[in-house]
Design a protein around this ligand. Structure first.
Ligand code: GTP
Length: 203
C-alpha cells in the first residue's frame, strides 16, 4: 500500500523552514546561512505508518513577501501544511494569524495543519513562550509542538504526526480514524533540551 501526500512548509523568512527540511531529510544541521529560498522547491521523503508507505512530497517555500503570489498557487493541492514561527522572533509569531488567514483563503478546508515553534535550542534568546504557542494553536484548533532544526528535537515527529493524521483520515478502520494528532504529539514529543551555551546568532 502506498500513498502520496503533498506537504508545504510555511512561515516568515528565516524561521527555519529549509533547515527543518534538511534536518528531516539528512539528519543534519548546516550552521551558517542558507540563501533565502527563492520561489519554491521540493524534497520527497517516504515515511512508514503501520503497513503504509506514505510518500511526502515536501515543498519548501520562500518566506519573503515578494514570493507569496508564487506559493499561493500551491496551497490548493496541499494535503498538509507545516506552519513555522521562530521562538526567538516575536514578529514571526505574531504573523501566524496572517498565515492562518492565507491558509483559510487558498488551501482546501480539510488540509492538515501543524503549528511549529522552531529554534527551541536558543534558550537565552527565546521571546515566545511555549504556552503562548499552545494558546494560539488551541484558539485555531490546530496541533502544535516545538522543534529545533539544529538539534533535531521533534523534527521527525512533526512529519510523522502529519503522515499519521493523513492516513487516519483515509482509513476505514474505526480504531485508526479515532487517531488524535494532538494526543499523539503529547505522548511522543521529547522535552526540548534547553542549552544556554548555544550560540544562536541567526543573522
Ligand atoms: P526563507 O528561505 O527565507 O523563507 O527562510 P527559512 O525559513 O527557510 O529559514 P532557514 O532554514 O534558511 O534558516 C534561517 C536561519 O536560522 C539560518 O541561519 C539557520 O541556520 C537558522 N536556524 C534554522 N533553524 C534553527 C534552529 O532550530 N536553531 C537555531 N539555533 N538556528 C536555526
Amino acid at each position: 500500500m502506498g500513498e502520496n501526500a503533498e506537504t508545504i512548509l510555511l512561515g516568515d523568512s528565516g524561521v527555519g523552514k529549509t533547515s527543518l527540511l534538511v534536518q528531516f531529510d539528512t539528519g543534519s544541521f548546516q550552521s551558517g546561512n542558507f540563501a533565502a529560498t527563492v520561489g519554491i522547491g521540493f524534497t520527497n521523503k517516504v515515511v512508514t505508518v503501520g503497513d503504509t508507505r506514505i510518500k511526502l512530497q515536501i515543498w519548501d517555500t520562500a518566506g519573503q513577501e515578494r514570493f507569496r503570489s508564487v506559493t499561493h498557487a500551491y496551497y490548493r493541492d496541499a494535503h498538509a501544511l507545516l506552519l513555522l514561527y521562530d521562538v526567538t522572533n516575536k514578529t514571526s509569531f505574531d504573523n501566524i494569524r496572517a498565515w492562518l488567514g492565507e491558509i483559510r483563503e487558498y488551501a482546501q478546508s480539510d488540509v492538515v495543519i501543524m503549528l511549529l515553534g522552531n529554534k527551541t535550542d536558543c534558550g537565552n534568546d527565546r521571546v515566545v513562550k511555549k504556552e503562548d504557542g499552545k494558546r494560539l494553536a488551541d484558539e485555531y484548533q490546530v496541533p502544535f509542538m516545538e522543534t529545533s532544526a539544529k538539534t533535531g528535537v521533534n523534527v521527525e515527529l512533526a512529519f510523522l504526526a502529519v503522515a499519521r493524521q493523513l492516513k487516519a483520515r483515509k482509513s476505514e478502520n474505526p480504531d485508526e480514524t479515532k487517531f488524535n494528532v494532538q494526543d499523539y504529539v503529547r505522548e511522543q514529543s521529547q522535552r526540548s533540551t534547553t542549552c544556554f551555551t548555544t550560540n544562536c546568532q541567526t543573522t
